[in-house]
Design a protein around this ligand. Structure first.
Ligand code: F6P
Length: 581
């Protein structure tokens, strides 16, 4: 398997150190079990009807079939034992109780409180946070109703119909995912008629140009979304969009055209946004877990109305309840988390493909990429001990069938990549052409059902011979099969199910981190690049403004920078320039 045996023990692990999960008998039992699994083939495992039935779980119309995992019921039992050794149940309880499980930042992890019912009691630092959460939601409801009714008018007296949400990472990807998923839901689409919601994330001026293309500042509201209100990209984008508004409508327009979401209300005020138009959240909400806070709830409510967003929150809450109270045998996020640990740490598969057969879920994979890779991309345990095994995985994906015509070749005949297939029973937008064999959605779903079996069964040289395939092509047309996947079938895709799906992945990723014994709620790994960028920023300023030579960089960076600076910018540094498209 993928144990990092070559890595020398760190000073911390050489001393008497807190136990790692990989030191337990339960972990070793799974390692010993890998050999037995390598002797099996999914082609054979799939003939066992009892096994197939046992490897399913269902909750409120979300159906999970994990029979195409390279696992037997014995594997699952061993994984449950590992969960016990990792104290998974206790860790989930601690999260729901608001204990400070994000120890490196001394914070509770309470995104579940964001969607808890009004009468729930969830404490952080001995204070029930649920009333505060609902106070912000009530404020969003009221603000979005005023906004959507046309009573909130801009500087020229016109109602605002366009929203640009400025934010990056967790202040962008979750809301983008939900917006993209709701866009074609008939109820949500009806509620959003005549409105536009756009996102500006990248500090690339091209993204600024795209986000405001054909928009009139007079009818646009900008929401600056930043947990810290210090993120360099977001703050420059916010200043740029502020300039776009001010240069067209005057400085007094800011209070009517710019609002904010942040935990740092002091900086919001200093930026020039009216504190009455700021929507709070709390440090116990991790950025990538923040879509259910004002980060997502505000822009989505402006576009779709609060009642639809509330259904999304209720869907997420239903899964919170499920993960907290169901036995592990029936617990979808727990099963998923354990299987991912099995695939990564024991079978040695470093990646996971997220493949929704649903265009509305087009932005699921980018969101899960941050959620998973920022959460579990860690090299030390929560106690700071270097891990002797790999944690985290590389998440990527595209909607099927687009992915089939792109990277599935590698998945079928190249590397082994466990796949999440996600299908929806009822399409948001049914289409049928009279005379066609099947409806458009059934055509899509034919692929959803076929691909997992193609991966699991493959195609043998014997089959190819019987099909009279020329000898020289047999190796090329052989599919080894035995490639793991799991299939989700959702009854439909409205706001409620979108919330369920989000919450399933959030908890699955937390479960993986709990088993690995890492902190899935900090992200120190993003800091180094940020501080180095600040050194480069200073150099660029000094060279452009004062003609200073490049110094203090290694030879490679120095020559790259010199080459970059040799070309005079098309936008001189002495005048404001905004995008022209
Ligand atoms: O990329 C690091 C990160 O801190 C993410 O965790 C976060 O989602 C993103 O930056 C944006 O941060 P903020 O909401 O504070 O602007």
């Amino acid at each position: 398997n993928s144990a990092r045996s070559a890595r020398p023990p760190s000073a911390a692990s050489a001393m008497a150190s807190p136990a790692l999960i990989s030191d337990t008998d339960q972990w070793k039992a799974l390692q010993a079990h890998v050999g037995a699994i390598h002797k099996t083939h999914l082609r054979d495992l799939m003939t066992d009807a009892d096994r197939c039935k046992a490897m399913t779980a269902e909750f409120e119309g979300v159906y999970l079939d994990y029979s195409r995992q390279q696992a037997t019921t014995e594997t699952i039992d061993k994984l449950f034992k590992l969960a016990e050794a990792a104290k998974l149940k206790e860790k989930i309880d601690k999260m729901f109780k608001g204990e400070k499980i994000n120890t490196t930042e001394n914070r509770s992890v309470l995104h579940v409180a964001l969607r808890a019912p009004r009468d729930a009691v969830i404490n952080s630092d001995g204070v029930n946070v649920v009333p505060e959460v609902w106070a912000v939601k009530d404020k969003i409801k009221q603000f979005s109703e005023t906004f959507r009714s046309g009573s909130w008018v801009g500087a020229t007296g016109k109602p605002l119909t366009n929203v640009v949400s400025v934010g990056i990472g967790g202040s962008f990807l979750g809301p983008l995912f939900v917006h993209t998923a709701l866009q074609t839901d008939p109820e949500a689409a009806e509620a959003a008629k005549g409105r536009q919601l756009r996102f500006l994330a990248n500090v690339d001026p091209v993204d600024v140009a795209r986000s405001i293309k054909d928009l009139d500042p007079a009818t646009t509201l900008v929401v600056v979304v930043s947990k810290t209100f210090t993120t360099a990209e977001t703050m420059l984008n916010a200043r740029t969009i502020k300039e776009w508004i001010v240069s067209s409508l005057g400085p007094q327009a800011v209070s009517k055209h710019m609002i904010a979401v942040s935990t740092n209300l002091k900086l919001v005020k200093e930026f020039g946004i009216d504190p009455n138009n700021a929507f709070a959240f709390w440090d116990w909400v991790g950025g990538r877990y923040s879509v259910c806070s004002a980060v997502g709830v505000l822009p989505l409510s402006l576009q779709y109305g609060f009642p639809i967003v509330q259904k999304f929150l209720e869907g997420a809450s239903s899964i919170d309840n499920h993960v907290h109270t169901s036995s592990f045998e029936k617990n979808i996020p727990v099963l998923l988390g354990l299987l991912s640990v099995w695939n990564v740490s024991f079978l040695g598969y470093p990646a996971r493909a997220i493949l929704p057969y649903c265009q509305a879920l087009e932005k699921l994979a980018p969101h899960i990429q941050q959620l998973s890779m920022e959460s579990n991309g860690k090299g030390v345990s929560i106690d700071g001990v270097r891990l002797p095994f790999e944690a985290g995985e590389i998440d990527f994906g595209e909607p099927g069938t687009n992915g089939q015509h792109s990277f599935y070749q590698l998945i079928h005949q190249g590397r082994v990549i466990p796949c999440d297939f996600i299908g929806v029973i009822k399409s948001q937008q049914p289409v049928y052409l009279k005379g066609e064999t099947v409806s458009n959605h059934d055509e899509l779903m034919s692929n959803f059902f076929a691909q997992p079996d193609a991966l699991a069964y493959g195609k043998t040289p014997e089959q190819l011979h019987s099909e009279k395939v020329p000898e020289n092509l047999i190796p090329h047309k052989t599919f080894q099969g035995n490639r793991p996947s799991l299939s989700f079938l959702l009854s439909s895709l409205s706001a409620y199910e979108i919330g369920q799906l989000l919450s399933i992945y959030e908890h699955r990723i937390a479960v993986q981190g709990f088993i690995w014994g890492i902190n899935s709620f900090d992200q120190w790994g993003v800091e180094l690049g940020k501080s180095l960028a600040s050194t480069v920023r200073k150099q660029l300023h000094a060279s452009r403004m004062e003609g200073k030579p490049v110094e203090g960089f290694n030879p490679s960076s120095a020559s790259l920078l010199t080459r970059f600076l040799a070309v005079k910018p098309s936008t001189p540094y002495d005048t404001t320039v905004l995008p022209k498209v």
